[in-house]
Every structure is written in structure tokens, then in C-alpha cells.
Design a protein around this ligand. Structure first.
Ligand code: ZN
Ligand code: ZN
Length: 210
């Protein structure tokens, strides 16, 4: 099977550059156009230029999304209206053409309570053991898989041809070249079968045995 993880590391479009969001930047075809839009009518600072600066600052400051939105709201509240400053962190990311692929939260494994952003100690349990705190990354699976499959389609199609023709060039003896997978493909010959392997970190959120 195709190991998506490998491709991920080698694709510059996909940067994991931040604790709180994993983003892809699409090429902005209207870049030249939006460059000229000023933040408001009493300034010649471009909206794009200002938003780039603001986003860089918010990322470097390493604050939560809600605090970022609060700061954006504060700035927007003293700007003349109408103005082009996005109203929230989500709007800012949208304006910058950056997709929000996941968000992070932390929970205490003992009391299952949610922790504040960057809090590394549960105030309920008074426990400071790092191992009792889990970081959970919630992702929109449909969005992420759609983007992944779209981007990898040429590679997937090429590999599929090799699977159908049973050409195991590198003699990887990969699962799709095996007998059972072949039978599966025959049985569902009219369907577009995609297989994927998920790599997880192996940390359990609950204890299954004592
Ligand atoms: Zn706790
Ligand atoms: Zn402790």
C-alpha cells in the first residue's frame, strides 16, 4: 500500500509549523488583486500585508485560537468602519487562504476533565505527572482525506495499474500484490477501492486493563 506519511514529509505544501493548527496554503490566484485593497479608507496599508503581519505575530505569540480572536476583535473595535480586517481567527485564516485542518486540546486522563490551553497540571486532581495529560488532535477526517486523495491521485492511479497487472517492480510484496487483496479487487471490480494504513502514536486514552 501507499505510505502517505512518506509523501507528507516531502511535500512543501503541507507544513506542520504550529502547535495549534496544521495548515495548507493554496496558491492565491487573486493575490495581486487583494494586495491593493487597503485596510480602511484612511490608510494606505494593504489588508493582505497587515493580515500577514498579524498572523505571523499570533503564531509566534503561541496563544490559543480564542485569545487570538479576542485580540483581533480588540484591534477591529478601534478601526474606522467599514474596514477589511477579518473579525475572527477563523476568518483571518480563511482570508489568508489557509485551511484549518486540526485543532488541539488537552485532557486529564485521571478525571477526564478538559485543561486550559497550555495548562500542564490538572487543578482537580492536583497531579503534575505529564503522563496523566493527553493532547488530543481533532481533525475533520472527510476534509483531510479528500485533500490527501486529491493530491495523491496521480500516484495512486499509477500504483493501481501496477496492482491490477501484478507488477511488483521493487518486490516489496506489498499487501495489494497478495492473493487475498487480489480476490477482493475481483469481487468489487466495479468499485474504486482505496486502502490506507493509519499510523498512531499508540497512547491509549483509557486503560483497557489494570
Ligand atoms: Zn484531573
Ligand atoms: Zn503529580
Amino acid at each position: 500500500m501507499i505510505n502517505c506519511e512518506y509523501d507528507e514529509c516531502n511535500n512543501n505544501d503541507f507544513n506542520i509549523d504550529d502547535d495549534t493548527d496544521c495548515s495548507t496554503s493554496d496558491n492565491d490566484s487573486s493575490e495581486a488583486e487583494s494586495e491593493e485593497v487597503c485596510l480602511h479608507e484612511y490608510t494606505n496599508v494593504s489588508t493582505k500585508y497587515y493580515c500577514t503581519d498579524l498572523l505571523n505575530y499570533l503564531r509566534a505569540a503561541d496563544i490559543s485560537k480564542s485569545h487570538s480572536t479576542h485580540l483581533i476583535t480588540l484591534i477591529k473595535s478601534i478601526l474606522p468602519t467599514p474596514n477589511h480586517l477579518p473579525a475572527t481567527m477563523d476568518d483571518l485564516l480563511l482570508f489568508m487562504n489557509i485551511d484549518n485542518l486540526f485543532s488541539r486540546r488537552s485532557i486529564c486522563l485521571i478525571c477526564k476533565g478538559n485543561l486550559e490551553y497550555k495548562q500542564r497540571k490538572c487543578l482537580n486532581c492536583k497531579c503534575c505527572d505529564e503522563k496523566s495529560i493527553a493532547d488530543i488532535y481533532d481533525i475533520n477526517l472527510k476534509d483531510v482525506f479528500t485533500k490527501l486523495v486529491k493530491r495523491l491521485t496521480p500516484i495512486i492511479e499509477e500504483y493501481k495499474q501496477k496492482i491490477y497487472n501484478n507488477i511488483d517492480e521493487q518486490e516489496t510484496k506489498d499487501i495489494p500484490f497478495g492473493y487475498l487483496y487480489g480476490e477482493l479487487l475481483k469481487e468489487y471490480s466495479s468499485e474504486n477501492i482505496l486502502s490506507l494504513i493509519l499510523h498512531l502514536d499508540g497512547v491509549g486514552l483509557t486503560r483497557s486493563s489494570k
